[in-house]
Design a protein around this ligand. Structure first.
Ligand SMILES: [Zn+2]
Length: 136
């Protein structure tokens, strides 16, 4: 495949194939598939579809950030196209938003959920016919 056929080649190279929010390393092909391109200023807030407004993000961070406009969390006016330092400011704002959002999840609840999944798996192994019926 030619280089020009890879969408957002320039953005991936600039951000080193690492999620700008959580540092997820996508420099292996299998991990790279977990990466996405995030619009710092979302399209829904008139963010442009240009490399200066795009960053490498893992799928989870992209999903968690959703349609949030990081400009809401900073006082400075942003000029477009975004400079490297303006982009860094927006990334930091989005990161602190993501941190507070993710921080609300209780790790104990996560463990509880995993325990419930393991229990169900054990039940299905004990009763495969039942599991088959349930999965249709
Ligand atoms: Zn991430």
């Amino acid at each position: 495949m030619a280089k020009s056929d890879w969408p957002d080649w320039e953005v991936y190279v600039r951000d080193r194939c690492v999620c700008v929010y959580c540092g997820f390393d996508g420099r292996q092909l299998q991990a790279w598939y977990q990466l996405d391109i995030d619009h710092l200023v979302p399209r829904s807030a008139n963010g442009l579809d240009t490399p200066d407004n795009k960053v490498v993000s893992c799928i989870s961070c992209n999903k968690a950030k959703g349609q949030v406009d990081p400009r809401r969390h900073i006082s400075e006016e942003m000029q477009f196209p975004l400079s490297d330092s303006a982009r860094a400011t927006l990334i930091a704002a989005a990161k602190s938003y993501l941190g507070s959002k993710i921080g609300h999840g209780d790790p104990a609840d996560f463990e509880l959920m995993m325990e419930e999944i393991r229990e169900r798996q054990r039940a299905e192994q004990k009763n495969p016919a039942d599991a088959k019926r349930r999965h249709g």
